[in-house]
Design a protein around this ligand. Structure first.
Ligand code: GCU
Length: 410
């Protein structure tokens, strides 16, 4: 049975969310404060004046939320290929695993691409949480070195092979003519607070309040990987989709917002600091995210702890930075910690910019019903179920990518 989202939010009386968050957080739309969202099109008279406004919004997110990432000369990336390419997925794909060396890090790519393409292929690029070997059980996939979360002594093991496999519909991705490029996020910056001593931060000076946090470091790492993909002969670097789930969805959004080379941007259940509007204070709040994960954002973002009303920006403006490139925001019904309605409203808040730039934006006046996706230049769905990435989500992403990136499409 399907209910509108508002009904669902009132109906769900849970002591905790799927993330185990306590009751003191708001999970009820009727308790959301009256908010007014800053206008992303403020003082923008015509399309010619959008780039200046866009630059202003980007600088605001850099200064006050993520921190500014350093400039980088792509010629500084060194590539070694210690692992030979091999057939993969019953010979339907080729697996290659170049190792990138930049900013003192070794970043192990896993690239699965169709075995018999008719030309260069578009690709999905996304980080994984626990190592490439968790994405599929094939023993040829390199096991993550270094620190990994949720493992004995923080060491990756053979036993973990394929444990996140349900989140990566590789077979379908390959079948539909895309490559999948995935990387363990900890290769770029391990996900714990060490005052920015490790990962790529180590190569770039002393932290201050504007210091780029881990999400900015991860997003910057995705841009470095895209630098490399420009040299991968089988891949069309002009058609790379950046995709991420949860904290890595916050990352894919910031990567897509800050690097216009990403052709399409997907946020899966990204929540607070991702697609969800902070000013609603629904589920996870700015204060909570900054105290649980003090390394994710820059020091200046803490100025908005319990002061979301003072923010001169909100997440709809980050989504607007992607315009007019295709953007997909996905929520899950039970993922109240991530504020599904707030994720939808942010996409809706970006819609005027998409329309202003001549696209159809988000073709939904109000929150779509559960499992009824809408696909304009902005796509949105709220899936039944919990915080996760599922084959249902991939089905939407593939259809959306086909619509916008396949050469035969208009
Ligand atoms: C926590 C965090 C979220 C984040 C999630 C994840 O729940 O509070 O902001 O999205 O972890 O990345 O799994």
């Amino acid at each position: 049975m399907k209910f509108p989202i508002h009904a669902c939010i009132f109906m769900i009386a849970m002591a905790t969310t799927s993330e185990g968050a306590p009751r003191k957080f708001k999970y009820d739309d009727s308790r959301v404060p009256d908010i007014s969202l800053p206008d992303p099109l403020k003082d923008v008279a015509d399309a010619a004046s959008w780039p200046a406004r866009r630059a202003e919004i980007l600088a605001m997110f850099e200064d006050r939320m993520f921190g500014k990432a350093p400039a980088f000369d792509k010629k500084a990336i060194k590539v070694t290929r210690e692992i030979a390419d091999k057939k993969f997925l019953n010979d339907t794909a080729i697996l290659s695993q170049p190792l990138l060396h930049f900013a003192g890090c070794k970043v192990q790519l896993m690239i699965a691409r169709p075995a018999n393409p008719t030309g260069t292929v578009p690709a999905f690029l996304g980080y994984n949480f626990r190592g490439n070997h968790t994405v599929h059980e094939d023993p040829a996939i390199a096991i993550a070195g270094g620190w990994v979360p949720r493992a004995k002594n923080n060491k990756a093991t053979e036993a973990q092979r394929g444990l996140s496999g349900s989140r990566w519909d590789i077979k379908e991705i390959i079948k539909r003519g895309y490559a999948l490029v995935t990387v363990y996020c900890g290769d770029v910056d391990p996900d714990f607070h060490d005052k920015f001593q490790n990962g790529v931060h180590a190569a770039y000076g002393t932290p201050d309040a504007g210091q780029w946090g881990t999400i900015a470091a991860w997003a910057w790492g995705l841009s470095r990987i895209l630098d490399h993909l420009e040299n991968e002969p089988a891949i069309d670097a002009g058609r790379v989709v950046v995709m991420g789930h949860s904290r890595l969805g916050k990352t894919s959004l910031w990567a897509g917002a800050s690097d216009p080379r990403f052709a399409l941007v997907i946020s899966n259940n990204s929540g607070c600091g991702g697609a969800a509007l902070s000013k609603r204070r629904f589920g996870e709040t700015v204060q909570r995210i900054n105290s649980s994960f003090p390394h994710w954002f820059c020091g200046n973002f803490k100025n908005y702890n319990n002061k979301e009303d003072k923010m001169p920006f909100d997440q709809h403006m980050m989504l607007a930075l992607v315009a007019p490139r295709p953007l997909y925001v996905a929520s899950a019904e039970k993922d109240l910690w991530a504020d599904p309605h707030g994720e939808f409203l942010a996409a809706k808040g970006a819609d005027p910019v998409y329309r202003f730039l001549g696209t159809d934006g988000l073709p939904a006046g109000s929150m779509p019903a559960i499992d009824e996706p809408v696909h304009g230049r902005i796509g949105y769905h709220i899936r039944s179920g919990k915080h996760d990435v599922t084959p249902y989500d991939w089905k939407q992403y593939l259809a959306f990518a086909d619509k916008h990136l396949k050469k035969s499409s208009k």
